[in-house]
Design a protein around this ligand. Structure first.
Ligand code: FAD
Ligand code: SF4
Ligand code: SF4
Ligand code: SF4
Length: 383
């Protein structure tokens, strides 16, 4: 019987899911089985939209439709947690299976703390995450650095530190380091992110540590809760999921890769926060001077809930109609989220004036952690 903490190499027993899946289709097999066995009423996952740069959220109730969500899309900038709260009534009266990256998972936990999402009704299948690229950046990077027409690309992936594309006429990979040093690559919040293996989900899945003949054909599954253990056992018993013990060398490699990713996150934190720290308030004042007070940053932040409406109220300090608003508009919001910002990047991504908001709120969060939880804060930044 599976227990919390167990690890497997896993793959779908269904050939179609195995082919369509990113690494053997274990995630799709688990979601499909959860739906078929009525462990959940619906699955909330991500499917390819009009092109490979479009990651579309989708709610599925027919198990046959799960195949449409197989595969990883690295060019979306989605955050699923806010959508669960906004459009699925916080899973208050429906059981939902959901695929989550680290930021999706943290957003869900923050909203659950605020009683906006019912965790008891969610089965969270986590995917390890090395980062995502904004669709606009992906197109620009492929045209300028790869010298390829972005519309001719039919597959993208991030593997072994490279961004790799397959296109009409060939395939090409360039190291992420090289791309990022040249100003391309992952979103800035993803560079600083240290939520690499989402262990607060029920199951964490990824390709790190899958070696030998299983490389590329199986997913490394770490079982993180009793709920996750039950789902894995049930899918194996129903012959929907095949599992075997992971290669010990693979487990070691997975640990080393995870640590290397933390170090990379620290490198970007140091670089960004040190530059910002030299002139923090002047920089915030200058950048937020472009604000048109559209409230998108507030409405899309998973942490601003449930006081978004209050933050929008004109107060004595921020007069209604003032554009740009008094810097107090932003400082009040930073104060509110300073201990909870999950560095999901939504505020920055969705700001029409390109204000680097996530950089500010994440810097403030890391500094607050360092001040109040010295050990946690130090390791979050210095290790
Ligand atoms: P599949 O059966 O193919 O299912 C994939 C699931 O991922 C589907 O449910 C789909 O809805 C969901 N999904 C696809 N795109 C997104 C998205 N943008 N946001 C949320 N959910 C999505 N693994 C690593 O070990 N190291 C990494 O660095 C790494 N980076 C990743 C980055 C991203 C953006 C994503 C989405 C995944 C990443 N993974 C990483 C996980 C890996 O690519 C596979 O998803 C995992 O091994 C499961 O493979 P599978 O064949 O079992 O999944
Ligand atoms: Fe992945 Fe972290 Fe970026 Fe979210 S913030 S997409 S978990 S790297
Ligand atoms: Fe201002 Fe940008 Fe926030 Fe809109 S999203 S209120 S422009 S900072
Ligand atoms: Fe995400 Fe920005 Fe809110 Fe932080 S402040 S949780 S980065 S939307």
């Amino acid at each position: 019987m599976t227990a919390k903490g167990d690890m497997y190499y896993a793959w779908s027993a269904d050939e179609d899911l195995r082919k369509k899946g990113e690494c053997g289709g274990a995630v799709s097999a688990l979601l499909k089985h959860a739906l078929e066995s009525k462990m959940v009423d619906a699955v909330f996952a991500v499917k390819r939209g009009s092109d490979i740069y479009t990651a579309e959220p989708t709610l599925i109730t027919n198990p046959a439709d799960i195949a449409k969500t197989a595969g990883s899309l690295h060019c979306g900038t989605l955050l699923l947690s806010k959508l669960v709260e906004k459009y699925l009534d916080g899973a208050k009266d429906k059981k939902i299976g959901i695929t989550v990256k680290g930021c999706d998972m943290m957003g869900i936990l923050e909203l659950a703390k605020r009683k906006a999402i019912n965790l008891d009704n969610l089965v969270m299948i986590g995917v390890n995450c090395g980062g995502s690229v904004s669709p606009v950046m992906a197109r620009q990077m492929i045209a300028e650095k790869f010298g390829v027409d972005p519309d001719k690309v039919h597959k993208e992936e991030i593997d072994k530190g490279q961004f790799i594309i397959e296109y009409e006429g060939g395939h090409k990979g360039i190291s992420m380091d090289e791309l990022e040093e040249a100003g391309y690559g992952r979103r800035s919040n993803c560079r600083r992110c240290k939520l690499k293996i989402p262990r607060q989900a029920d199951i964490a899945c990824g390709n790190w540590g899958v070696i030998g003949d299983k490389a590329g054909n199986a997913t490394f599954v770490e079982v993180c809760s009793e709920k996750g253990a039950k789902l894995v056992d049930s899918a194996v018993a129903a012959k929907k999921l095949s599992v075997e013990a992971p290669n010990p060398k693979g487990v070691e490699i997975r640990g080393k890769t995870e640590n290397a990713m933390y170090k990379l996150g620290d490198k970007w934190r140091r670089r960004t926060f040190d530059a910002l720290g030299k002139n923090l308030w002047a920089t915030i004042g200058k950048e937020t001077g472009r604000c048109i007070k559209c409230y998108s940053c507030i409405e899309n932040c998973p942490v601003c809930y449930p006081i978004a409406d209050k933050l929008k109220q004109p107060s004595l300090m921020v007069k209604s109609g003032d554009v740009p608003p008094n810097p107090m508009f932003h400082l009040r919001r930073f104060a509110h989220i300073s201990d909870s910002c999950i560095n999901c990047g939504q505020c920055e991504e969705l700001c029409p004036m390109d204000i680097p908001l996530a950089q500010f709120s994440h810097a403030i969060r890391v500094e607050a952690d360092a001040a109040y939880l010295p050990k946690l804060g130090q390791s979050a930044y210095k290790n």
